[in-house]
Design a protein around this ligand. Structure first.
Ligand code: NAD
Length: 495
């Protein structure tokens, strides 16, 4: 049993006496507990973040970049330990956890280029002897609230860029798997980051509400479910903060009759069942167009049955448990609902029993055929290893289906026809699009974000969007006093 506290001003600390259990999803055992911070913790936090931000913003971008480079090295050195912390509290396979830390590390790599990324614009002689330039300056204190499904990667989408821009950053990670955030903060201190620039506060809605309402905090980045994303966006923006709030998803993968069937099946299997379907870019709907449907369904069914389901400690595991007992129940209820609503259940993951891990939160791979757009299992985000097949007659029907869904995070098309692929990527109403790529997650130097109910706010996350989100633009127009004084002007100057 271990205790997870806050990391404030370079120290582990907590005042609140409220704690929550942390579970091992593979066994159902309580393995630790985490503090649920209160107002007193919050006051300490704000004091530390305010003090550190002023000195940190005065570090030259090059100096900040050198600390980030050292941080990158330390993350690489501690990769296995970080991945172990992710797997043990999340349940995902060890290799998948390592992959997710690497995707976070790539954001640190991107942020190392901050001297270049913050370069402004300069124009000489915008008027006679007048020059003008633009710079991007830090916001002040930024905050991030993150979900359980990527305890390293999603926080790392945010704080390396925010800190590189000269802000101090407060992270409120998921209370379900908080340990990795502390290790990430300790490594940043070891890399030379001054105390208080990166603080981690643990907790639930109580601490999130304090963040949303604090006048000292300038921006909130959120990733999580859509109802909470909407709440965060509305509350924080009503307090005049800059907000980016990324929500849930229902990602469709369209398979055209001319697709490479084996590639499409492998793409769907990995994207639907990897990480037990608990990815915001997981494929939860496969749209089979025309006569490819029977063969597609048959192949998915065969491959899904062969998946190796095991705890993360088994190096051959391809799919682990879901996050909690409550979430397992919720997924199983959706499966029952799908049956009641008339979908054809080909593979049933309910009551999955893994020998030796009977109390773990395992759900078997589940496959529904003949799903239609008015069914609840089609409309809702299930966030588990449940794949729905929707059969359509034509490409037009497929694209309309995807465009009419309320979520707009990711989508993909499998086809050999370049013209169809181009039409799809141009006309689809979704933020991230794949062509013969199942999970089109943009790299750190591009930006990540969905449309519709999958993102509230104007900015996607990381890449140039991240730099813009975490900085304010300032434009200066300047003339030196020795130039000739022309007297007062009463009309708009023109050249
Ligand atoms: P969640 O919304 O329950 O929790 C996310 C964070 O919000 C946590 O830190 C939690 O403590 C906090 N929170 C929860 N309820 C709150 C409330 N009422 N008020 C204030 N704060 C609250 O999400 P989750 O279950 O941790 O994560 C899964 C969800 O995240 C899925 O919907 C998934 O699609 C989504 N997600 C989206 C993306 C994306 O990029 N769009 C990425 C990863 C996960």
């Amino acid at each position: 049993m271990y205790k997870v506290e806050n990391y404030i001003d370079g120290k582990k600390t907590s005042i609140s006496k409220r704690f929550l259990d942390i579970f091992d999803p593979s066994t159902g055992d309580v393995i630790g507990n985490v503090v649920l911070s209160n107002k007193d913790d919050f006051l300490n936090l704000i004091k530390s973040s305010q003090k550190s931000q002023i000195t940190w913003s005065e570090f030259t971008p090059l100096k900040r970049s050198r600390i980030l480079s050292k941080y990158k090295e330390l993350i690489e050195k501690n990769m296995d330990e970080l991945a172990k912390l992710v797997s043990s509290e999340h349940g995902k396979t060890f290799d998948d956890a390592k992959g997710s830390v690497t995707r976070g590390l790539e954001v640190v790599e991107f942020a190392c280029g901050i001297p270049h990324l913050l370069k402004g614009e300069f124009s000489q002689n915008v008027g006679k002897n007048i020059d003008s330039w633009s710079v991007r300056q830090p916001l002040g204190i930024c905050a991030g609230v993150t979900p359980f499904n990527f305890p390293a990667m999603v926080p790392m989408w945010m704080y390396p860029i925010s800190i590189a821009c000269g802000n101090s950053f407060i992270l409120k990670p998921s209370e379900k798997n908080p340990s990795c955030s502390i290790k990430l903060a300790e490594l940043f201190s070891e890399a030379g980051l001054p105390d208080g620039v990166f603080n981690v506060v643990q907790g639930d809605k109580e601490i999130v509400d304090l963040i949303l309402n604090a006048k000292e905090i300038s921006s909130v980045s959120f990733v999580g479910s859509t109802p909470v994303a909407k709440y965060i966006y509305e509350t924080a923006s009503s307090k005049h903060k800059r907000v980016q709030a990324l929500g849930g998803a229902k990602n469709h993968l369209v398979v055209m009759p001319d697709a490479n069937l084996d590639q499409a099946v492998d793409g769907i299997i990995g994207a639907a069942y990897g990480s037990a379907g608990e990815r915001c870019m997981a494929v939860s709907v496969a749209v089979a167009v025309g006569n490819i449907a029977d063969e597609l369904v048959e192949n998915i069914n065969l491959k899904a049955q062969r998946l190796k389901i095991a705890p993360w400690t088994d190096s051959e595991a391809e799919m682990g448990p879901v996050i909690s007992k409550e979430h397992k129940l919720k997924i199983e209820n959706y499966i029952s609902l799908g049956v009641e609503e008339g979908a054809k259940l080909l593979l049933d993951g309910r009551n999955y029993n893994l020998q030796g891990y009977e109390n773990g939160y395992f759900v078997g791979p589940t496959l529904f055929d003949n799903v239609s757009k008015n069914m609840t299992i089609y409309k809702d985000e299930i966030f588990g290893p449940v794949l729905s097949i929707v059969r359509v007659k034509s490409y037009e029907e497929a694209i309309n289906l995807v465009n009419n869904h309320k979520f707009g995070n990711g989508t993909s098309i499998y086809t050999s026809d370049g013209e169809i692929a181009r039409h799809f990527s141009t006309n689809i109403q979704i933020g991230m699009v794949g062509v013969n790529v199942p999970i089109p997650v943009p790299m750190a130097f591009h930006s990540f974000g969905g449309w519709k109910q999958s993102l509230f706010g104007d900015h996607s996350i990381h890449g140039n969007e991240g730099i813009h989100f975490y900085t304010k633009l300032k434009t200066t127009t300047s003339r030196w006093p020795k130039s000739i004084n022309q007297g007062p002007e009463f009309v708009m100057p023109t050249n």
